[in-house]
Design a protein. Structure first.
Length: 205
């Protein structure tokens, strides 16, 4: 009942309300991004969605326009040199993720769920298949996000996603949402690209 109806209803109500309330902030960030560096304000990328369907995810652009498009930051040599000055702030505060409220409203994503994998991250999706997490809508945040985020290996991430899939409930979603705010405020689990190629594994901008 909760997964099939109530969760989606809450996604629609909360994402719509958030878009309306945060519209001045979204507009201000769009202007600042345009002034900060050449390129589009919004970055879009093909991702795995519910039941392995594909969709276009939206984010505020946090990297230079000439950054390789479909390479995870973890595999990008010298990833830090591609991040714009404002983009560094956006990524550390997770403000770059706010346009995904539109993805949630559309039904591509949920507030809580496995983070959407890149279209070419078949290794991660195979593990999510194994742990029963591929059937879920991907989330703005999730159980893996609040339990290690960038520092998790793919196997660990998929295991956490599987734990969420098996125990999905309103209480669990509230817990994930609360822990998300705590992690963002404390800036825990964020690791950007280095010479050793460690970074946000799910995207490049």
């Amino acid at each position: 009942m909760y997964e099939r109806y109530i969760k989606r209803l809450l996604d629609v109500v909360i994402s719509l309300a958030a878009l309306l309330v945060l519209s001045p902030l979204l507009l201000a960030l769009a202007v600042l991004i345009k002034l900060d560096s050449p390129g589009p304000v919004i970055f879009s990328q093909k991702r795995f969605g519910k039941n392995r369907t594909f969709f276009q995810i939206y984010k505020f652009r946090s990297m230079r326009a000439d950054t390789p498009h479909d390479v995870p930051t973890a595999d990008l040599q010298g990833a830090n040199r591609f991040i714009t000055p404002l983009g560094n702030v956006l990524r550390k505060t997770s403000l770059d993720e706010l346009p995904q409220l539109w993805n949630i409203l559309k039904g591509d994503m949920s507030l809580i769920g496995p983070r959407p994998a890149l279209w070419n991250q078949e290794d991660l999706m195979a593990l999510r298949d194994q742990y029963g997490a591929s059937r879920l809508r991907p989330g703005l945040s999730g159980w893996a996000q609040v339990n290690g985020r960038d520092s998790l290996e793919l196997e660990q991430k998929a295991m956490r996603d599987g734990e969420y899939a098996r125990n999905l409930s309103f209480r669990f979603d509230v817990k994930c949402l609360w822990l998300t705010f705590v992690k963002v405020i404390r800036r825990e689990g964020i690791v950007e690209g280095t010479a050793k190629n460690v970074g946000k594994p799910e995207d490049v901008a």
